[in-house]
Write a protein that binds this ligand. Structure first.
Ligand code: FAD
Length: 604
């Protein structure tokens, strides 16, 4: 074994977002030693950026809501490719998890009678998102962090895991480096929870920050775990499009939940032009009814701006392509118009959407209480990920668990807004609990010197090539541009095949990546280390995208624009073959139990 520090723990949690922290809290509560590793600073994970809210059928604002409606909404949104067991746990357990956050100190917005306030969001039948203005993630991460530290866990900030270590077909720990000094550490663990979030940085326009290079998916895949549904990448309909330096930054769906409307350059409210058949009975007939819905009228139905994200994103795309877009290639999102309806409209906007108000004021010099925003689709969320058991969250690699955006299953072909934050706390808890049980009942695994030596040699190779090697930033930039153009919001077989070709040559370039300087805070080096992960997940997206010859949820094929019955009953499962190649398999989804089928039927 090279002479690296070895941290010995029971449960290693990789990632300190909502899922990782909730898992750490639960594992710690089960009496095992817990170490949490995070690529950035504690408190900086994506979860902190979440704006709109956390979905839970608390029924505080509309007493018709309950787990059955939430379950049916989630399944319909996911186009029935969801792991129904996870969707059931999620709908049943999220209210309890939200109340628990409150008990741990989270201060949610309140109804007039002092209960947790809930707001409307796309695809949710009733107002369901518990929120703190448009800074819900901040409150959630603050609460989980405080509680986690209090409960007991060791935190390794600014440490990046570069490989999972295995022993005879089970997980044994991980190898990582610290950003500050560039030195390696070995984490020996009986169980590992992967909670590394998403992969938005595989695309040029994204709401995701620098950390989200798909590491968790690639680490799990390389160690032998299966991934699934990688074709389903969510393009959130409303990201900023101007100025160019802020392109992709998210504009929360909460804006539409509060009454914001989408307009093309002709001033037409184009979302009324295309309402999918399976949502027709739940959608407002006219603008008046849509407005009443956003103001809490229980007899009104949702405006079409609150249809699912995949649909809204495609409608925006259509307007832009047809030449009816805004000056900078988006459409207009207007919340200022509510001043015509609410006497204190400007104050209301500033109070309900403070971050959005400041975001546009500071980044675009625009007052959203006066003028519409320009918005367009941005790569936002990964529905696919590590394949897990719906009860325990264990992956197909014994001892490796996954939760949050790193795991697949709950959201099927498309995630409803707010269902991620609830996913984190429901399945973070489950992953922590079962990882702790696994750690208690399993003997320690053996560390393999060879694996550690090979992984460090791979990670350090860019230094050997020095500045005469390929620039890693240029490779990353070209990969992002290529994925945006060829595997983006509207897909075709020929273009995705071209993407696979391009990935082969980008892979060769990544093999020649070189960097100068030393190991302390060397961003070029970190980018070179991230590249194989970006390449792996991009290949998975393109291969799965080619294989699914239909349009469903977030996956839209211009050459197969309809949904196909043939593709309705399976998940696409991806594994690394013995020769290092990528295999794809259609794995049937187990039939829905009669009781859950009934729940869906009752709620259509
Ligand atoms: C702007 C924005 C707004 C959003 N708003 C909402 C909303 O209102 N409601 C909602 O439900 N969802 C929302 N989402 C989605 C939601 O925030 C995320 O899906 C969710 O927070 C992911 O949580 P997570 O715990 O899975 O991972 P994250 O919070 O993404 O955390 C991942 C962690 O893994 C670490 N990590 C990654 N790779 C490595 C590695 N190699 N080694 C060590 N550590 C690693 C990171 O440093 C980080 O600590 C929003 C997302 C964004 C970007």
């Amino acid at each position: 074994m090279p002479d690296f520090p070895v941290i010995d723990t029971d449960v290693l949690v990789i990632g300190a977002g909502g899922a990782g922290l909730r898992a750490a809290i639960e594992a710690s509560a089960h009496g095992v030693r817990v170490a949490v590793v995070t690529k950035s600073l504690l408190g900086k994970a994506h979860t902190v950026m979440a704006e709109g809210g956390v979905a839970a059928a608390l029924a505080n604002v509309d007493d018709r809501d309950n787990w059955r409606v939430h379950f049916a909404d989630t399944m319909r949104g996911g186009q029935y490719l969801n792991n129904w067991r996870m969707a059931e746990h999620h709908a049943k357990e999220s209210p309890e998890r939200v109340r628990e956050l409150e008990a741990w100190g989270a201060v949610f917005d309140r109804t007039a009678d002092g209960r947790i306030l809930q707001r409307n969001f796309g695809g949710h039948r009733y107002p369901r998102l518990a929120h703190v203005g448009d800074r819900t993630g901040l409150e959630m991460i603050r609460t989980l962090q405080d509680h986690g530290i209090h409960r007991g866990m060791d935190v390794y900030m600014e440490h990046t895991i570069v490989t999972l270590l295995t022993d005879d077909g089970r997980v044994a720990g991980a190898l990582g480096y610290d950003r500050e000094r560039g030195r390696f550490k070995v984490f020996q663990a009986r169980a590992v929870v992967m909670a590394t979030g998403g992969l938005g940085r595989a695309f040029r326009i994204t709401s995701n920050s620098w950390e989200y290079t798909g590491d968790g998916y690639a680490l799990a895949y390389d160690a032998g775990a299966a991934l699934q549904d990688m074709e389903f990448i969510q393009f959130h309909p409303t990201g900023m499009v101007w100025p160019p330096s802020v392109q992709g930054i998210l504009v929360t769906e909460g804006v539409r939940g509060e009454g914001g409307i989408l307009l093309n350059k002709e001033g037409r409210r184009f979302m009324f032009d295309d309402i999918p058949e399976n949502y027709r009975t739940q959608t407002a007939d006219d603008e008046e009814e849509g407005w009443r819905y956003t103001q809490g009228d229980k007899n009104a139905r949702r405006p079409p701006e609150l249809l699912t994200r995949d649909h809204v994103a495609r409608c925006i795309n259509r307007e832009v392509k047809a030449g009816r877009g805004s000056p900078h290639g988006g459409v207009f999102l207007d919340i200022a118009w509510i001043k015509k309806r609410l006497p204190n409209g400007a104050d209301h906007i500033r109070r309900k959407l403070p971050s959005m108000y400041h975001q546009f004021k500071q980044l675009a010099d625009l007052d959203i209480t006066d003028v519409p925003m320009e918005v367009g689709p941005t790569t936002h969320y990964t529905m696919g990920g590590i394949r897990v058991d719906g009860d325990t969250q264990m992956s197909t690699l014994p001892g490796l668990f996954a939760a949050g955006e790193a795991a697949a299953g709950l959201h099927g072909a498309n995630r409803l807004g707010g269902n991620s934050l609830s996913d984190l706390i429901v399945f973070g808890k489950r992953a922590g609990e079962y990882a702790a049980e696994y750690a208690k009942t399993t003997p320690p695994a053996r560390l393999d010197d060879g694996q550690v030596t090979r992984a460090t040699a791979r990670a350090l190779a860019p230094f050997d090539r020095g500045s005469s090697g390929e620039n890693p930033y240029a490779i990353q930039h070209d990969l992002q541009a290529m994925m945006q153009d060829l595997v983006g919001i509207v897909r075709q077989e020929a273009e995705m095949a071209q993407a696979l070709e391009a990935l082969r040559s980008l892979g060769e370039r990544a093999g020649r990546a070189g960097i100068a300087g030393n190991r302390e805070y060397n961003n070029g080096w970190h980018t070179a280390i991230d590249l194989p992960n970006l390449l792996m997940v991009s290949e998975a997206i393109a291969r799965a995208g080619i294989e699914r010859k239909e349009s469903r949820g977030a996956h839209f094929r211009e050459d197969h624009p309809a949904k196909s019955e043939e593709y309705s009953g399976f998940n696409l499962v991806i594994r690394k073959a013995a020769d290092g190649g990528m295999t794809l398999e259609r794995v049937p989804i187990p039939p829905l139990p009669a009781e859950l089928a009934q729940v869906i039927q009752e709620n259509t």
